[in-house]
Design a protein around this ligand. Structure first.
Ligand code: IMP
Ligand code: MG
Length: 180
């Protein structure tokens, strides 16, 4: 029987098993290792809450000296992006001259990431790239290039592995998709 979970009023079924996520994280980590191995103390900036699990697994596969930090943004209510991006906890690090890699759980319309990119760009880093676990190409409507995309999906709403539906489901180790 198909594995399902119920979160509030919606039922979700498994879409991507943990093993496949792990392989995708390893592949993206390998690319970052190749690109940043010769750079001075790159800084990974995770976007809370969703990216906590991805950040944790990704960083264990990074083989150069690096720093990590987190910021907290909010733009979603339920399964819809509200369009208003709010910064709840900012970045304290001085990023001038640093190589920054933003770590996101999912890039959907791209509004959150564009907002954050503009904000960080003002502080004169040496470079900024984005590493996202999931990318929704059909929904993305920004011009900013997203360099590292571990997995691409359609416009479906997913939960698990850090991603939530009304704050629930972050603890699930597989990725689940909402059923009709
Ligand atoms: P954007 O600003 O539209 O790109 O939305 C990005 C944020 O919305 C992500 O960081 C997630 O927190 C949330 N989000 C977008 N799509 C999903 C989804 O399918 N499941 C859970 N959260 C999502
Ligand atoms: Mg997020």
């Amino acid at each position: 029987m198909e594995k399902t979970v119920t979160l509030n009023d919606r039922t979700f079924k498994v879409m991507i098993p943990a093993e496949k996520i792990d392989r995708a994280v390893a592949a993206v980590a390998q690319r970052i290792n190749a690109d940043y191995g010769d750079k001075e103390r790159p800084l990974f900036v995770g976007v809370l809450n969703g990216a906590f699990m991805f950040m944790s697994d990704l960083i264990k596969k990074i083989d150069f000296n690096c720093e990590i930090s987190f910021v907290k943004l909010a733009s979603y209510a339920g399964t819809e992006s509200t369009g208003n991006v709010e910064c709840l906890v900012g970045l304290n690090n001085d990023i001038a001259g640093r190589h920054v890699i933003i770590v996101e759980d999912i890039v959907d319309t791209g509004r959150s990431i564009a907002h954050m990119y503009t904000d960080l760009q003002r502080r004169n880093p040496a470079s900024i790239e984005v590493c996202t676990l999931f990318f929704k190409p059909d929904s993305y409507s920004e011009r900013l290039p997203i360099r590292y995309r571990a997995l691409e999906i359609g416009n479906e709403f997913i939960v698990g592995y850090g991603l939530d539906y009304d704050q629930l489901g972050r603890n699930l180790k597989d990725i689940y998709v909402v059923t009709e």
